[in-house]
Design a protein around this ligand. Structure first.
Ligand SMILES: Nc1ncnc2c1ncn2[C@@H]1O[C@H](COP(=O)(O)OP(=O)(O)OP(=O)(O)O)[C@@H](O)[C@H]1O
Ligand SMILES: [Mg+2]
Length: 609
């Protein structure tokens, strides 16, 4: 893509594919709010600007001095004059070298530091946003978009702003300097250059459009590669190697089609640059030479003129690109600000894991809870659900798939707020507790346990980040995880996750149980913790769970009813409400009950197997 751009736009950055935004009063107002991130570094920022202006101005002195040097040679004013001018020239260059150095280090420092602040704020914002936010977006997309937006803003601070300022100074200063040499020649140049540069910019933009299409196409074909490699076992199992190869080949042909189209235009563009742009330089120099012949200007002045003319031409050419960069930055800024303006959950950075203000002993009550997910308001999942779990009780929740069991867990953790009704802990409304107090005192063992990339030790300690080694091992032993962990050569330091070894479902679950044990919560939620295990692993996990559940209120969500016979209370939910409650025996005694029906169904299935 970079190769397709107008050569005039040297000094500007690689094109990114961020959408552009309109630059107007409203959007600029938003951008201004980000200026607060520059504020702590304003001294360095303005010093950077100052040296930038100095650099631009001194570079304007350069063509003049060069012209003088050539004239000094031509008009034989003596060697000492030549030497003086040469020394002045070197002096200018030396000065410029220093100002450029200072400009670069200060701009980069300001950009890096202010962007790091902005990144930290954005990250904190992201992790404290409510679940609803994530439900509405594709997280991977969100992540890559934010990082692209932030990079765009960073580039703008380091490159675009500086470049824009420098080019404006060069353009204005250059034209003034040109007209000081020769007004006639300046007018001549101004008649030709802008037109040609305009054509070049439009032409370049068109070529970039084609290049982007071929890149998009290439990205699409990479998606094929990625998908098939990720699901390689599926590809093989269905003998679809040939099919996928054909799909890839088709996609490749499209890439080539666009690339070849782009090549034609790129060739034409190069031809245009060579003939027209350099041709116009020839015309200006030709006209300048006639002026030299007539004695209007000297050879040195013509040299000065040509040098200034290249400065001005380059400045003109760069504006189109700089403007589009600015548009992208405005767009990026708007999106970042939009995110920063989102309302986050009531969690502050000062609150740490395990620090509890208001203790919960473990009584839970749902009173007439009605709830629909904010992303699907039309479907009411819970329609007036009520139940009570007393301190230390094991309460099982059963119901068909989609009945709303996991939803109850999410509501307990306050991932979502009920639309009506109330949840109480120890007879106190959940709203009276801070989010961190609630979450610090509830542990959940989910059905599919997600392990972070890192060691087993880190993964277990996620439940209590400052746990000691003894605590860690005790928890792992109680979770029946110690033995299998020690069977790995690296024991607790074994790396799991994407780059590490893969643990089986049952092993992951026992890690999650150890994690929950370390947390030592008042309330425990087990969401189908044993559903995908064989009998032996299930026995190990069950044993671990018995230890985990003792002395706390446990909410057990289970499909397999055989695992919850011992529960103090079984709650059967259906159609958003509690249909039946009681112990296993009580529910089985109800001849027409849903629980008895489901139980018998499962029993038959087990026998049939
Ligand atoms: N994040 C969500 N956004 C919107 N709707 C959801 C969300 N999570 C669940 N639902 C819907 O809410 C209903 C209840 O889902 P829930 O996950 O609580 O069921 P469940 O009883 O746990 O089912 P299962 O036994 O299959 O795990 C379902 O209709 C589901 O489609
Ligand atoms: Mg569920």
């Amino acid at each position: 893509m970079a190769k397709g751009r107008a050569q005039l736009n040297s000094g500007s950055k690689q094109e990114t594919d961020l959408p552009k935004a309109k630059i107007n009063k409203q959007s600029l107002k938003k951008v201004i709010t980000l200026v607060k991130y520059l504020k702590p570094y304003r001294v360095k920022f303005f010093l950077g600007i100052f040296f930038l202006i100095l650099t631009a101005l001194t570079s304007l002195a350069f063509p003049r001095a060069m012209g003088n040097l050539i004239d000094a040679a031509n008009l034989s004013k003596g060697l000492s004059n030549i030497n003086t001018i040469a020394i002045v020239l070197l002096g200018i260059l030396f000065f410029q070298a220093i100002t450029t150095f200072l400009k670069v280090i200060w701009f980069v420092e300001v950009a890096e530091r202010s962007l790091a602040d902005l990144r930290k704020d954005t990250y904190f914002k992201l992790v404290t946003l409510p679940m609803t936010f994530f439900a509405q977006r594709r997280v991977g997309e969100l992540n890559s978009r934010i990082s692209a937006d932030l990079s765009q803003i960073q580039d703008s601070i380091t490159i675009t702003i500086a470049e824009l300022l420098r080019q404006i100074i060069t353009l204005i200063g250059g034209i003034i300097a040109l007209s000081l040499v020769s007004v006639k020649l300046t007018l001549m140049m101004l008649a030709i250059f802008p037109v040609l540069i305009g054509v070049a910019v439009v032409f370049g933009k068109y070529i970039r459009g084609i290049a982007r299409k071929s890149q998009d196409q290439l990205a699409e074909s990479n998606v094929i590669v990625e998908e098939t490699l990720q699901g390689i076992s599926n590809v093989k199992a269905f003998v679809n190697e040939a099919y996928e190869t054909l799909r890839y080949k088709k996609s490749m042909n499209e890439v080539i089609k666009y690339a070849l189209k782009g090549a034609k235009f790129r060739g034409a563009f190069s031809a245009f640059i060579i003939f027209c742009l350099f041709g116009s330089i020839v015309i200006v120099v030709w006209y300048g030479s006639t002026l030299v012949q007539k004695g209007d200007i000297t050879v040195g002045e013509l040299t000065t003129f040509i040098l200034y003319a290249t400065y001005v031409g380059a400045a003109m050419g760069s504006f189109a690109d700089l403007y589009s960069q600015l548009q992208k930055t405005v767009g990026a800024t708007e999106r970042v600000i939009e995110l920063l303006d989102e309302k986050n959950e009531d969690i502050s950075l000062d609150v740490r894991q395990g620090i509890i203000d208001k203790k919960i002993n473990g009584k839970i009550e749902f009173n007439n809870i009605q709830f629909a997910y904010p992303t699907r308001i039309e479907i009411e999942v819970l329609k007036g659900l009520s139940f009570t779990a007393n301190i230390g009780e094991k309460v099982a929740i059963v119901g068909q798939s989609g009945a709303g069991k996991s939803t109850i867990a999410s509501l307990l953790l306050r991932f979502y707020t009920p639309d009506s009704g109330s949840i109480t802990f120890d007879d106190v409304n959940a709203a009276e507790y801070s989010l961190s107090d609630i979450r610090n005192q509830i542990a959940i063992v989910p059905q599919d346990v997600l392990l972070f990339g890192g060691s087993i030790r880190e993964n277990i300690c996620y439940g209590k980040i400052d746990a000691s080694n003894d605590e860690l091992i005790t928890a792992a032993r109680q979770a029946n995880a110690h033995d299998f962990i020690m069977s790995f050569p690296e024991g607790y330091e074994t790396v799991v996750g994407e780059r590490g070894i893969k643990l089986s479902g049952g092993q992951r679950q026992r890690i999650a149980i150890a994690r929950a044990l370390l947390k030592n919560p008042a309330i425990l939620i087990l969401d189908e913790a044993t559903s995908s295990l064989d009998s032996e692993s299930e026995r190990l996990v069950q044993e671990a769970l018995q230890i985990l559940m003792s002395g706390r209120t446990s909410i057990i969500i289970a499909h397999r009813l055989s695992t919850i016979r011992e529960a103090d209370q079984i709650i059967v939910i259906d159609e958003g409400i509690v249909k039946e409650t009681g112990t296993h025996q009580e529910l089985m005694n109800n001849e027409s009950g849903l629980y008895r029906y489901l139980s018998q169904l499962q029993l038959q299935e087990t026998i049939a197997e």
